[in-house]
Design a protein around this ligand. Structure first.
Ligand SMILES: [Zn+2]
Ligand SMILES: [Zn+2]
Length: 374
């Protein structure tokens, strides 16, 4: 079938993207689902920083690539061997498929699934296949999903079946921002009632982490960003203290106000200055958790002695250390009970044709989540 899809043809071009237009809306060929695959109609997809990292070249990927991974949709057709989904089912896409058989999967850490790391880097579906073409030219899949498209063929392993009745634009957020942000708090850090928390970087993942910290019963939540509007939003969502990180004394100010720092500091921006703030405001005995995906050549340095003498810990958190089959339905239940109001993260709605402008908004740090409704 022919589908309208957002295809990145060149990475590393200069912003503003509304002028340089790195993403083209093209009508390309989508093959039928093969064994273990599913054709879905995309209902909503949101713009995420990891799409932006492919656009700006900090995560090099094969091109041309059809972008988009934070999405929800409806099953249209299932390939051979898919026994547990049927047309009409509502699904959320996950950007790390999991095989269920490799050692990390067996150990309950599907975020580290070994074959998924290979297929995501190669720009293919989980089984190595490519279902998008422009005549004879292959169009690669972004993290096995390619959701900025009217329809997508994805591996069964990239889908989570969810209950019906939740608006699709809200569902989409659960596939990346929510599992990454809330998962970092609930799984990676496993925070306890009364812990003190800082969130450095208030994009979709940072604000999700903030909501997760509120839900988990953090006693103090310090929110840090360079954008005043984000700090105002963080206060509305439950931050107890907010700080602008353009202030050169921000680390000292927070340490002083909190009696030496916080139990947990979450860095979600993926840039070294944010990581320095997060580590600096982690208290003695505390843990710095990062969900950021920085440029692979960027290095973060810290006083080596602090790990020992202050018993500090550093932890990475990929896809919120989640088990998506367990956590996505769980987080959706919390949302329905109004205990995890993730819909407040949706700040902008655009059409597929406005995608370059949408990424400008995201790159400038002016939006939490920009959502495309189909
Ligand atoms: Zn994402
Ligand atoms: Zn696996």
């Amino acid at each position: 079938m022919k589908v309208k899809s957002a295809v990145l043809r060149e990475s590393g071009v200069k912003a503003p993207y509304a002028e340089s237009l790195p993403i083209k809306i093209e009508t390309i060929e989508l093959d039928s689902p093969e064994r273990g695959e599913v054709l879905i109609q995309i209902k909503a997809a949101s713009l995420c920083h990891s799409d932006l990292s492919v656009i700006n070249g900090s995560r090099p990927r094969p091109l041309p690539m059809a972008l988009g991974h934070e999405a929800s949709g409806v099953v249209v057709e299932v390939g051979e061997g898919v026994m547990d989904l049927e047309p009409g089912d509502h699904v959320v896409c996950v950007f790390v498929p999991s095989c269920g058989h490799c050692l990390p999967c067996k150990e309950g850490r599907p975020a580290l699934c070994e074959p998924a790391a290979v297929s995501n880097t190669a720009g293919t579906l989980f089984n190595g296949g490519i279902r998008l073409h422009n005549d004879n030219e292959k169009v690669y899949h972004h993290v096995g999903v390619s959701a900025f498209s009217e329809y997508a063929v994805v591996s069964r392993n990239s889908l989570i079946k969810v209950k019906k009745g939740i608006p699709f634009e809200k569902l989409a957020l659960f596939g990346c921002a929510v599992i990454t942000g809330v998962g970092a708090v609930s799984n990676t850090a496993n925070i306890k009632l009364g812990n003190t928390v800082a969130i450095v970087g208030l994009g979709g993942i940072g604000l999700s982490a903030l909501l997760g910290a509120v839900t988990a019963g953090a006693s103090r939540i310090v929110a840090v960003d360079i954008n005043e509007a984000k700090l105002t939003q963080a206060k509305e969502l439950g931050a107890t203290d907010v700080y602008n990180s353009t202030d050169p004394d921000v680390v000292e100010s927070i340490r002083e106000a909190t009696g030496g720092g916080l139990d947990f500091a979450f860095e979600t921006a993926g840039v070294v200055p944010a990581m320095e703030v997060a580590y600096g405001i982690t208290k003695r005995g505390g843990t710095t958790v990062t969900t950021g995906l920085p440029h692979p050549e960027h290095h973060f340095s810290f006083p080596y002695v602090s790990l020992t003498a202050e018993e500090k810990s550093l932890k990475g958190s990929y896809i919120g250390s989640c088990v998506p089959e367990r956590d996505i339905p769980h987080f959706i239940n919390l949302f329905e009970q109004e205990r995890l109001p993730v819909d407040k993260l949706m700040t902008n709605f655009i059409s597929l044709e406005e995608i370059n402008e949408g990424f400008d908004t995201l790159a400038k740090g002016e939006a939490s989540r920009v959502v495309i409704k189909f």
